[in-house]
Ligand binder design. Structure first.
Ligand code: C6P
Length: 417
């Protein structure tokens, strides 16, 4: 077991992140775009460098020492991720390029083979495009129907509609665990329980939840969970899919080729054991090893402490931004619903891209746009929004700088209050 840090000190944490000492336009960088991707600590960078300098070779393919050591490290990385989300073992963890690929894996390796015309897939209008567009494609290809759990004006799922939307025809429920626009944490336990009563499988999009709060797939009893490694201190090009072992045993592969087979003749092929059946071709070995180092880092901090820190920042940011006249904050206030450290907002009369440009000139990095969730944005009556999202290394001073810069932007654009 890794040791839990004695105290959670973002200033101390910042020292592990070389990029955070950068200046942008002469100002210290305040990186508030963590929902898009997080920065990487030295420990992750060093784990990858050590792999390339000492162990670099392909895995599962050769008997030489380097290949053996690379294989051991890559397999251990699967074990670390399995432990982090409380999966039964590494055979339930498939490494992917990102959460998008993990979600597509379910659509291709399960949906394409299992779904028949007339079957239903139930999603929420809050889904990120990555858990919507693959199912739109399967609707065209397979003639399935899609149904959607709506949100109310405050951006909360209308769970009272769940029993009406579920039926014996529902084969899969896909639900975003935490919204990348609103930061709201959905009651996925309730959804999973209801879906299972109808015999439907549940795919949880954990891209925003897994990096920021304790997640236990066994306790949730979800069938699939997708996550992004690069949103939890891991390298870009990393993500993973958790799936129950018995499902993975039954499913067809996703991609076909090297490493995912057991035997091949000119007539047919049989598949490798789990999880390698789903990892075709040369893997992102260094990336997987970096992801395991990221998991070590987060576990040393403790996920409860990560959640509490971001919760404090969220409450402060909400209160501080709400005081700026002309700012509209989206979603329920932090006290009204479970929320992570993500705030979407608009400044009256200012396009969020213009606002983000002004903030950038102050060294503050936020995202602006539709956040790859156009149906949710439309449902909430907006096309674009600015978004600040926090992580372990962000501080109250940075939030204060954000609010002050929004106030200055308001003055600069002469927003009438
Ligand atoms: N959201 C954001 O700025 P990838 O990039 O494939 O690892 O993750 C896709 C994805 C899936 N689900 C949710 C809930 C997400 O937030 C994301 C990524 C980024 O909000 C990039 S659009």
């Amino acid at each position: 077991m890794t040791q839990i840090m004695r105290r959670f000190d973002p200033k101390e944490i910042r020292e592990d992140f070389p990029i955070l000492s950068r200046r942008i336009g002469g100002k210290p960088l305040a990186y508030l775009d963590n929902a898009a991707t997080t920065q990487k600590p030295r420990q992750v960078l060093e784990a990858m460098q050590e792999f390339y300098e000492q162990k670099n070779a392909n895995v599962h393919r050769a008997v030489h020492t380097l290949s053996y050591e690379a294989t051991v490290a890559y397999e251990a990385a699967h074990r670390r991720v399995a432990e982090f989300i409380h999966a039964s073992g590494p055979e339930e963890i498939i490494f992917t390029r990102n959460a998008t690929e993990a979600l597509n894996l379910v659509a291709y390796a399960w949906g394409l083979w299992e779904l028949r015309e007339g079957d239903e897939v139930l999603l929420t209008v809050m889904e990120h495009h990555s858990n919507l567009v693959p199912w739109l494609a399967l609707r065209r290809l397979k003639g399935i129907s899609l149904k959607f759990i709506d949100v109310n004006e405050r951006g909360l799922l209308k769970l009272e509609e769940l029993s009406r939307l579920l039926s014996k025809r529902t084969r899969l429920v896909g639900c975003i665990y935490a919204s990348n626009v609103l930061g709201t944490v959905n009651p996925v336990e309730e959804i999973i329980e209801a879906a299972h009563r109808f015999g439907a499988l549940v795919l949880v999009d954990g891209a925003q939840a897994v990096p920021h709060m304790p997640v236990d797939v066994k306790e949730l009893d979800c069938d699939f969970l997708a996550a992004s490694g690069h949103k939890m201190l891991g390298p870009t090009g990393t993500g993973f899919l958790y799936a129950k072992r018995e499902l993975l045993e039954e499913m067809e592969p996703f991609l076909y080729g090297g490493d995912m087979i057991e035997t091949v003749t000119l007539e047919a092929a049989t598949w490798n054991k789990l999880p390698w059946k789903f990892e075709a071709g040369t893997a992102n070995i260094a990336g997987g090893i970096g992801l395991a180092a990221a998991v070590d880092y987060l576990e040393r901090l403790g996920m409860e402490a990560v959640y509490d820190h971001e919760r404090r920042l969220l409450e402060f940011a909400w209160e501080r931004l709400a005081r700026v006249e002309g700012v509209k904050l989206y979603g329920p206030a932090p006290g009204e619903a479970a929320r992570l450290g993500i705030i979407s907002f608009n400044l009256e009369g200012v396009h969020p891209h213009d606002l983000a440009m002004v903030l950038d000139s102050e060294g503050i990095a936020i995202r602006s746009g539709h956040h790859c969730a156009q149906p949710l944005m439309a449902r909430l009556g907006m096309e674009f929004a600015a978004r600040a999202s926090f992580y372990i290394y962000n501080t109250e001073e940075e939030v204060e700088r954000l609010a002050a810069a929004v106030e200055e932007a308001k003055a600069a654009f002469r927003v009438r209050s």
